[in-house]
Design a binder for this molecule. Structure first.
Ligand code: 13P
Length: 256
C-alpha cells in the first residue's frame, strides 16, 4: 500500500493550530484506509495530544527523530521506547538533521536499527546535495548513504523499513526533481537493498520520493513504477493541499 507521510518539521508553533491540521488530515483520510496509508509527523511536544485525537482515525502517527540508545544519560534525546509509546513511525536521517545537527551515516544506521528493534516503522531519508547533482555524483552519494544505513538491518526489518529519496536541493526549494531522475535513483536504492538484505526485502521495502511535492506534481511521482508514495514537507501544512496529494495517490494506486 502506498504511504503518504506528512513531515511538519518545526511547525506549527501552537497546539491549537496543530490539532486543527490533524482534524483536516483525519477528514481526508476517512474512507481511504484500505487504499493509502497516511502518517503525520508533528513536533515532539504535540505528539501526546495528536495521538489522543487520532484514536480510531486510521491515520498513523510518527516522530521526526529518535536516539539510538534505549535509556540513559542523554540529555535532550528521546528513546525508541518513548516514541513507540505514542507512535507507529519515526523519521531518521532527514537531511536537515544531517546538515544542522551533524548526523552522520553511522548515527543514522544506529537510529534505524534501534527503532526497528522496537517494532517502529522507520522512514530513513537519503539524498544528494545540489553540488553532487550538478557534478553527476548523485548515485555515489545516495548509494553510500543507503549502504551505511542498511549495515545494521536484516531482511526481517524490510516490512517496516521505508527509504525516502529526498534530493536536498529539492527540499523546500520549489524545484522538485525530474521524475526520471527520481525513478533512476529509486531503482538504484532497490538494487542496493536487494544486494544487502536480499531479493525478498527489495520487494518489500517501500521507497518514497520527497522534495517540493505539491498537489500539482504528486502524480508524476506516484505513477512511477518503483515509487510507493511521498514524503511531504511544506504542502502537508495546508490541509486542502495535503488532501489533494492523498487523493491523487489513492487514485493512482487504485488503478495499478
Ligand atoms: P518540502 O516538501 O517542503 O520540500 O520538504 C520535503 C521534506 O523535507 C520532507 O521530509
Amino acid at each position: 500500500m502506498p504511504l503518504v507521510a506528512a513531515n511538519w518539521k518545526m511547525n506549527p508553533n501552537n497546539l491549537d493550530d496543530a490539532l486543527d491540521l490533524v482534524r483536516g488530515v483525519m477528514a481526508v483520510a476517512r474512507g481511504q484506509a484500505d487504499r493509502v496509508e497516511v502518517a503525520i509527523f508533528p513536533p515532539f511536544p504535540w505528539l501526546t495530544a495528536v495521538s489522543d485525537l487520532l484514536v480510531d482515525s486510521g491515520v498513523k502517527l510518527g516522530a521526526q527523530n529518535v536516539f539510538w540508545e534505549m535509556a540513559g544519560a542523554y540529555t535532550g534525546e528521546v528513546s525508541p521506547p518513548m516514541v513507540k509509546a505514542l507512535c507507529q513511525w519515526v523519521i531518521v536521517g532527514h537531511s536537515e538533521r544531517r546538515l544542522h545537527l551533524g548526523e552522520t551515516d553511522d548515527m543514522v544506521a544506529r537510529k534505524t536499527a534501534a527503532a526497528l528493534s522496537c517494532e517502529l516503522g522507520v522512514i530513513m531519508c537519503v539524498g544528494e546535495l545540489a553540488d553532487h547533482y550538478d557534478a553527476g555524483t548523485s548515485d555515489q552519494v545516495v548509494s553510500a548513504q543507503v549502504r551505511a544505513a542498511l549495515a545494521r538491518c536484516s531482511a526481517d526489518d524490510s516490512a517496516r523499513l521505508v527509504i525516502a529519496y529526498e534530493p536536498v536541493w529539492a527540499i523546500g526549494s520549489g524545484r522538485n526533481a525530474d521524475p526520471e531522475h527520481a525513478y533512476k535513483t529509486m531503482r538504484l536504492i532497490r538494487k542496493i537493498v536487494g544486494e544487502m538484505i536480499g531479493a525478498g526485502a527489495a520487494r518489500k521495502v517501500r521507497i518514497l520520493y520527497g522534495g517540493s511535492v505539491k498537489a500539482d506534481n504528486v502524480q508524476s511521482y506516484v505513477e512511477l513504477p518503483l515509487c510507493d508514495g511521498v514524503l511531504v514537507g511544506g504542502a502537508s501544512l495546508d490541509a486542502d493541499e495535503f488532501a489533494h496529494i492523498v487523493k491523487v495517490t489513492s487514485e493512482v494506486y487504485g488503478h495499478r
